[in-house]
Design a protein around this ligand. Structure first.
Ligand code: TA6
Length: 302
């Protein structure tokens, strides 16, 4: 069966062998398995900590949590009562059906609307829908944000938000290189002294030391590679990109991080997180990413 449902998750199976698993909690993709030309057997592409809670008690430490409507600690008055990275990753989403089921891909939709619990901390009207599409060697995630305000008051009831896909990519962290980020401006969140923007000088960006960088106005077309493997990531409407690996320094202080977990992933997170997207009443914004398997050993532009 291409789409299987259980009480807490949805499992997608592609006829060519790839698979994906999505928790209703946070609409968090917690598994994506795909083969490549050198490995006929599909294998796991995402990292989920063995200490992660999958019981809806806290956001999942791994997979693809959705960050919405604020990235990091809230900085906008509309988000002031929200916790870090907003509520989308810690709410129960609703199953909304299979969108597509054929050789090209298997695709499902989940939705999230204001609940009493959300309304208690966030007053803006919105409708989120999230489409996850599995192909033989690709996983796509599309977040649709609609401003459902029907207010005719002036000024209009604009929805101001940030959004990001917090991808935990399974990879040997000491060996990954990320391209092409050279010459981009970025905020180095590990530097507590200098809070301005730095310029990336590296051709390939590694995460061998603690890394938490927010790149602005990025190319939306990246490759994460390591000897023997890699993934390509393309995004649409997600102008910024974050690279994160806490290393032992910060990773060992994360309660639900498995021992040495930081050695087994790199986060590459496309988002709209510098400034706020502004959505007028009735309008819909779509942020999309496509993760694709890289088959051969290569580095972008090398
Ligand atoms: O996207 C990077 C980041 O914002 C880091 O600053 C880091 O702390 C991480 O996300 C994880 O956040 P979390 O709230 O999931 O512990």
């Amino acid at each position: 069966m291409p789409v299987q449902q259980s009480a807490d998750r949805i499992i997608l199976n592609h006829p060519k062998g790839s698979s994906a698993e999505i928790l209703l909690y946070g609409a968090t993709v917690i598994s994506w398995k795909a083969a490549d030309e050198r490995h006929a057997e599909p294998f796991e592409r995402l990292f989920v900590s063995s200490k992660a809670s999958l019981d809806a008690s806290k956001p999942v430490r791994g997979g693809i949590p959705i960050v919405f409507p604020c990235f990091g600690a809230p900085t906008h008055a509309d988000h002031s009562r929200l916790s870090q990275h907003g509520f989308a990753r810690s709410e129960a989403w609703k199953w909304d059906g299979t969108v597509m089921d054929n050789e090209a891909g298997v695709s499902v939709r989940l939705t999230l609307e204001p609940t009493p619990k959300i309304r208690a901390v966030y007053s803006k009207p919105f409708h989120l829908s999230y489409v996850v599409t599995l192909a033989e060697h690709q996983l796509s995630t599309d977040l649709h944000v609609k401003n459902t305000s029907t207010s005719t008051d002036y000024p209009p009831d604009v929805l101001e938000f940030q959004a990001l896909f917090h991808n935990y990519i399974r990879a040997p962290a000491s060996e990954v290189l990320i391209h092409p980020l050279q010459n981009l401006k970025y905020l180095d969140k590990t530097d507590s002294v200098f809070q301005g923007l730095k310029t990336e000088t590296r051709d390939g960006v590694d995460v061998r030391k603690m890394t938490d960088s927010v790149y602005e106005d990025a190319p939306q077309n990246y490759e994460v590679t390591w000897p023997g493997g890699g993934l390509a990531l393309k995004s649409v409407n997600l102008k910024d990109v974050v690279t994160w690996n806490p290393q032992a320094e910060a990773g060992s202080k994360i309660g639900d991080m498995e021992d040495g977990g930081w050695e087994r992933y790199v986060c590459l997170e496309p988002g709209f997180v510098r400034g706020f997207e502004r959505l007028e009443p009735g309008r819909t914004w779509i942020g999309q990413q496509v993760l694709s398997v890289i088959h051969e050993e290569r580095r972008m532009n090398h």
